[in-house]
Ligand binder design. Structure first.
Ligand code: NAP
Length: 247
């Protein structure tokens, strides 16, 4: 293992949703930290962004138990170990309560919450062998704690991640696995652009103490810290990366 700060040399990581904006920044950050990285997503290989070159793409849907099992098995088969799981895959579809139909509710819960549960359950048997290096990092959202009009289903799914994280931190701590959540604020990304127009963005930036939206890299830096040996005594926490919007 390297002595460089926050090095992930020798570690093997799986990042779900590594084809997306924040996920690809996490994959790139892990690769630059020396980790061997696999990542998931649903899009065809040709549409995978170039930032993740050097990582191994495992195409599959987080909602499908078989795809989750196959992805975890492939990581172990290729790299011979499994140290770090980042549950980042997620979807956001906005609707006011009275327009939130059962299909939308189910999609949020299936992807954002059940997918995280499936990956945690499948990966844990391997993380147990990582000896003090086992890490689970779940990407939640500022709206899990703060709420947001028009995002009841999304907020509920992201709040569920916080309960799952805290329970697993208690359950797996004695086995040397840390479990934490990262709650990004409003990150400059296509997901945010879909729900906030230019005026909304200007208003929001005035409200954020650091006066800017977050960058995908801001989230990736926090995830790298939590994955690193230096974060070995941090578990069960929600690390907020939001420019001070929620304190
Ligand atoms: N952007 C923000 O401001 C913000 C703020 C707070 C929290 N977050 C959270 O951060 C995470 C990443 O968000 P983002 O902005 O990077 O969104 P994004 O660009 O839309 O990326 C979402 C990723 O999740 C994957 N994904 C979605 N559904 C999936 C499924 N059923 N199976 C497998 N993969 C699936 C996508 O894969 P494909 O595209 O290949 O299908 C993509 O890689 C999400 O959990 C989101 O809720 C984002």
């Amino acid at each position: 293992m390297s002595n460089a700060p926050f090095s992930l040399q020798g570690r093997v990581a799986l990042v779900t949703g590594g084809t997306g904006a924040i996920g690809s920044a996490i994959v790139a950050e892990f690769l630059s930290a020396g980790a061997q990285v696999a990542f998931t997503g649903r899009r065809p290989e040709l549409q995978v962004p170039s930032e993740v070159d050097g990582g191994v793409y495992l195409r599959g849907d987080s909602r499908e138990d078989g795809a989750v099992k196959a992805a975890v098995a492939e990581v172990v088969a290729r790299f011979g170990r499994f140290d770090i799981l980042v549950n980042n895959a997620g979807v956001a579809r906005d609707a006011l309560l009275l327009r939130t139909n059962d299909e939308l509710w189910a999609e949020m819960m299936e992807t954002n919450l059940r997918g995280v549960f499936l990956f945690c359950r499948e990966a844990t048997r391997h993380l147990l062998k990582a000896r003090e290096a086992g890490r689970i990092i779940n990407i939640s959202s500022i709206v899990a704690e703060r709420g947001n009009a028009g995002q009841a289903a999304y907020a509920a799914s992201k709040a569920g991640i916080l309960g799952l994280t805290r329970a697993l931190a208690r359950e797996l701590g004695s086995r040397g696995i840390t479990v934490n959540a990262v709650a990004p604020g409003f990150i400059d990304s296509p997901m945010t652009a879909r729900s906030i127009d230019a005026q909304g963005r200007a208003d929001l930036e005035l409200e954020i103490p650091l006066r800017r939206m977050g960058r995908c890299e801001d989230v990736a830096h926090m995830v790298r810290f939590l994955a690193s040996p230096e974060a070995g005594y941090v578990t069960g926490q929600v690390l907020r990366v939001n420019g001070g919007l929620q304190v």
